[in-house]
Every structure is written in structure tokens, then in C-alpha cells.
Write a protein that binds this ligand. Structure first.
Ligand code: BG6
Ligand code: MG
Length: 227
């Protein structure tokens, strides 16, 4: 059976727009208020991770704070989201990461479908602000999955909804947990970022400007030919 890409699944934060930075700033502010400090290196572990799991990872940095009640944790998570919502208020199509409209347009010209695979509850609203919603055949956000990344469910849910074989899917991610999720789904993984965090991607580029649709296709075929 010839294999060809039939579905591209895009991460949102850090792939379509630079909201990964806003998540970092919002968590950082909340953590400082709690007397916990963390740096960008630690932040790599938060990328792709859902809201409550991210909070747990931050709280685990300071075990002396003890176990917080569920209500208190929900309050903190909601406070972080308020900081985040303020930061994303001004997002417009100008905030789409370089090269990504060209990439989506090239995808659209083929028969391959387009899905979003995001851990964020804010994903549909951000896609609207970016003016990108109409590109997407299917959207998976935090509300649609039981298990977040690195579990593969975010990606398999999109393929299942569109009736596409996992081996014909390509997932595009900036997070280590996201690349792991794509790999565990049995899909071709494209990492965008630093090899220090994303060396497990099937194909890696430094930033979205270097992400070219034709290159991804040829890397996909190269991998299939080597199997
Ligand atoms: C992911 C981000 O896309 O969404 C994470 O990479 C973020 O940093 C997660 O924590 C959840 O986002 P939200 O908007 O539901 O708090
Ligand atoms: Mg991301």
C-alpha cells in the first residue's frame, strides 16, 4: 500500500502563533507570587502540557508548600488564565508565525486534510483571532480529550474523527511532550525548535520560517521508503 500524507495536525501555541511565550509569562508571574521561581529551561517541560498538569509541575518545584486543596489549585489555574487572557487580548492575524500561512496554503492545495491538535482550552478563540479557523477540517482542543500530551489522544482523536490511518498523518509540534505524543500515535513527527528538546522528532527545523511544505513531504516519503 502506498502511503501518502492525508492529514496534517498542527499544534497551536508555538507553531501557528507565539502564544507559547505568553503561557510562559503568565505562569512565571503566578509562580513568583507564590514564591516559586523557574526559568526558560524548566519551561520547556511545560510546553504542550495542559493547564492543571502544568500547575502541578510548578507546585512540585517547592514541596515545602505542601499539598494544596483542589479548590485552591483551581483558583490558581484560573488566575494564570486571567493573566494569559490579558496577554492575548491584542492578538491579530499579524501574530501568525512567519511562513505558516504559506505552509497552510500549500497544505490546502493538496488533498490532505488539516486539523488542530492543541492542549489549550483557549485554542478555538485564538484561531478565530488569527483568522485561521476556516482552514481547519477538525479541531481538537483540551475539551475533546481525556488524556493530554504526551499521551497520543490529541492526535489520534483528529485522525479518528476524519477517518484517516495514523500512518498517513503528520503532526507538527514545538513541544517535547507534543513530539512524543505524535510519535506514540504512530504518526510522522515534525519538530520546530531546538534539537536539545526535540531530537526525537522524525524531522526537525529550527523555526517556522524554515518549515517548507515540500520538504516535509519529501522527509515523510524518505522515512516511509526506509521502513
Ligand atoms: C498548550 C501550551 O498548547 O496549552 C501549554 O503549550 C498550555 O503551555 C496548554 O499550558 C493549556 O492551555 P490553556 O489555554 O488551556 O491554559
Ligand atoms: Mg506548542
Amino acid at each position: 500500500m502506498t502511503q501518502k500524507p492525508e492529514l496534517f495536525i498542527y499544534d497551536l501555541d508555538g507553531i501557528l502563533t507565539d502564544t507559547a511565550e505568553f503561557h510562559y509569562l503568565a505562569w512565571h508571574k503566578l509562580a513568583e507570587e507564590l514564591g516559586i521561581s523557574f526559568d526558560r529551561q524548566f519551561n520547556e517541560q511545560l510546553k504542550g502540557i495542559n493547564r492543571m498538569d502544568s500547575l502541578d509541575r510548578i507546585l512540585a518545584l517547592d514541596p515545602s508548600k505542601g499539598q494544596l486543596s483542589t479548590d485552591r489549585k483551581l483558583e490558581l489555574a484560573s488566575q494564570k488564565n486571567d493573566y494569559y487572557l490579558t496577554l492575548i487580548e491584542e492578538i491579530t492575524p499579524a501574530h501568525i508565525l512567519p511562513g505558516m500561512v504559506d505552509f497552510l496554503d500549500a497544505n490546502k492545495k493538496t488533498n490532505a486534510k488539516i486539523a488542530l491538535g492543541s492542549a489549550s482550552k483557549n485554542a478555538p478563540a485564538i484561531l478565530e483571532k488569527l483568522g485561521l479557523t476556516s482552514y481547519f477540517d477538525y479541531i481538537v482542543d483540551a475539551a475533546k480529550v481525556k488524556k493530554g500530551k504526551p499521551d497520543p489522544e490529541t492526535f489520534t482523536a483528529a485522525a479518528d474523527a476524519l477517518g484517516i490511518d495514523y500512518s498517513n498523518c503528520i503532526g507538527i509540534e514545538d513541544a517535547s511532550a507534543g513530539v512524543e505524543a505524535v510519535n506514540r500515535a504512530g504518526m510522522f513527527s515534525v519538530g520546530v525548535g531546538d534539537s536539545a528538546h526535540l531530537s526525537h522528532a522524525d524531522y526537525l527545523v529550527e523555526d517556522t520560517l524554515k518549515l517548507k511544505f515540500e520538504d516535509v513531504l519529501s522527509q515523510f516519503h524518505k522515512k516511509k521508503a526506509s521502513l
